[in-house]
Design a protein around this ligand. Structure first.
Ligand code: PEP
Ligand code: MG
Length: 587
């Protein structure tokens, strides 16, 4: 891709999996695992930078010698040896030459040149099969960090992450994604990840172009390389030619035009041409997404993933702090609803508390409503906070990962208990608070007729429902091919849930990622879904799709789909109808 000393850069296309639409054009910023990058800025005097590097090396060596002496004095020569190894690294000629070359060729500050060189070493070492060598990465990190600290403060900083950039990383956790400074972010690309991971979902919600599955990207891509990220086709294009840049600028402005046109219709009802109204609401993870929801024209929030509150600390915030966040959201959305999902931690999500030992199968383990029921004090704090917020707007509560009726009853019993407590304390709340259940475990879908009389609504979590129905991990790219939203079993379970709800007067919505896939809007409407809850950025497209479709035609399509044995055929059937009515939205 690029060598520091190397030949003139050539346009290189890295192909990955697209997970969030959009085009970003900016220099790349690479973050190595567990290692914070120093700031980067341009330097005029390369020689002066080399001198700074030399000085930092010297200072670091001196510190290591002193450390070695101290350790030797305390616990003997053996333990001090590690610092000798560290000192040897500082004398590694190849490393020093590469850093000096980077300073010269790229005109970058010394600490950043060092960081870039070291990070390549680190990534290479992480991939060697020899466990001993792999473990040595920690030593290199250690020395590098020490070296970086020894450069001292600098000013006149320009460029780097304070400028627009495309982030390239091995992986990003949902918390990394949530914590990103989005003002300067043009997109991100990771080596691992999948379409249904929470990081990808968050990227779509926030409208950040994203590509995952870019093999060896961290190893091969250098910070500051000019690049384009194409979140439509899953490409990261390095050193784009003038022609490529021109083409992508054209695509980007075209897409932005369409987007603005769609957003301009934010007040239009999500209603089919033959008059069936669909509640189109938004999924949010963070309070900060509220303006996006408003701007999208969504009618409220159909899924608020409260586990993201865990990002603020090690545990869920207390009752009053939660109540404050929920109430502000409820007020801002009123009279549209705010459906608050109770804590859904564990599995691929944030842990609610450290476990004494790792679970053998986290996806089948202690997660969702199971955690809440096992921690009633914590659960009641959340329920009381939700109830408090219900005095400020139209609030509903729903429970994740329900697998059977006992969990529904237990959860509802605790809701009643909280209501009684608040009443005796004189705290106002909505006595008719709607209660719903997420249908995302096949057993719950199969007994939806038994659950329906106990709740006001169902919200189908297709992300998990698919994974559990077809026994395919939603974040494992090796089996991504098997993860099929249109699998006949999934379609049947959705239909069964909707029918069971209808039979008992409970409405059914879909809040999984399937709801935002406009190829499948005809199928979902045809199956009888009453609500779709999607990432804020997807709302305008889904609304347009709904407004062009006839419900009668969708229902006929769903009948046909329910008889079809093959997922690809079902996908094709639905896509055909989508193509007929809104081809311009599909690419
Ligand atoms: C789902 O499983 O479809 C869902 C909406 O919940 P989450 O993605 O948060 O698991
Ligand atoms: Mg789920």
């Amino acid at each position: 891709m690029e060598s520091i000393a190397g030949t003139p850069p050539q346009e290189t296309v890295l192909q990955g999996i697209p997970v969030s639409r959009g085009i970003g054009i900016a220099p790349v910023h690479v973050i190595a695992r567990g290692f914070a990058a120093p700031e980067v800025y341009e330097v005029d005097d390369a020689e002066a930078e080399k001198v700074r590097f030399e000085a930092a090396l010297k200072r670091t060596k001196q510190q290591l010698v002193e450390l070695q002496e101290r350790i030797k004095a305390i616990s003997g020569a053996e333990d001090g040896m590690i610092f000798e190894a560290h000192q040897m690294m500082l004398e590694d000629r190849a490393m020093i030459d590469q850093v000096n070359a980077a300073i010269e060729k790229r005109g970058q500050n010394a600490e950043f040149a060092l960081y870039a060189v070291i990070q390549n070493y680190l990534e290479a070492m992480r991939r060697v099969p020899d466990p001993y060598l792999r473990e040595r990465t920690a030593d290199i990190e250690d020395v590098c960090q020490r070296l970086l600290r020894n450069f001292g403060p600098e000013d006149h900083r320009v460029g780097g992450p304070d400028e627009r950039h495309i982030l390239v990383a091995y992986d990003l956790s949902p918390s990394d994604t949530a914590a990103m400074d989005r003002r300067h972010l043009s997109g991100f690309a990771t080596e691992i990840g999948s379409v249904n991971s929470h990081t990808a979902i968050l990227a779509r919600s926030l409208g950040i172009p994203a590509v995952v599955g870019l093999q060896k990207a961290v190893l091969n891509v250098r910070t500051l390389t000019p690049a384009i990220i194409d979140g439509y086709s899953g490409k990261l294009i390095l050193h784009p030619t003038a022609e490529t840049l021109e083409r992508y600028r054209g695509i980007r402005s075209e897409k932005e035009k369409v987007r603005h046109e769609l957003e301009a219709q934010r007040d239009a009802e999500a209603v089919t041409t033959d008059g069936r109204k669909i509640t189109l609401s938004a999924n949010i993870e963070l309070f900060e997404e509220l303006p996006l929801v408003k701007n999208s024209g969504a009618r409220g929030v159909g899924l608020y993933r409260t586990e993201f509150l865990l990002l603020k600390g090690e545990q869920m915030p207390g009752e009053m702090e939660q109540a404050e966040v929920y109430s502000r959201l409820a007020k801002a959305l009123d009279p549209d609803p705010l459906i608050i999902r109770t804590l859904d931690a564990g599995g691929d999500k944030l842990p609610v508390e450290p476990l004494s030992e790792p679970e053998p199968n986290p996806f089948l383990g202690w997660r969702g409503i199971r955690v809440s029921i096992d921690r009633p004090a914590m659960f009641k704090e959340q329920l009381r906070a939700i109830l408090r917020a219900s005095a400020h707007g139209k609030v509903a509560v729903m429970f994740p990962l329900v697998s059977g009726i006992r969990e529904v009853r237990e959860a509802r019993k605790l809701v009643r208990e909280c209501m009684a407590e608040l009443k005796s304390e004189g705290v106002p709340f909505d006595e008719n608070l709607e209660t719903g259940v997420m249908i995302e475990v096949p057993s719950a879908a199969v007994i939806a007729d038994l659950i329906a009389p106990e709740v006001d609504f169902f919200s189908i979590g297709t992300n998990d429902l698919i994974q559990y129905t077809v026994a395919t991990d939603r974040v494992n790219h090796r089996v991504a091919e098997l993860y099929r939203p249109t699998h006949p079993a999934v379609i049947r379970l959705i239909k069964q849930t909707i029918d069971a709800g209808l039979g008992a007067g409970a409405w059914t919505g879909v809040c999984g990622e399937m709801a935002g896939d406009i190829r499948l809007t005809p199928l979902l409407l045809g199956l009888g879904v009453e609500e779709l809850s999607v990432g804020p950025h997807q709302v305008p497209r889904v609304r347009r799709a709904i407004r062009t479709l006839s419900h009668a035609e969708c229902a006929a399509l769903a009948d046909q789909a329910l008889k079809s044995p093959l997922s690809l055929d079902i996908l094709e059937l639905s896509t055909d109808l989508a193509r007929k009515y809104y081809p311009e939205l599909l690419d």
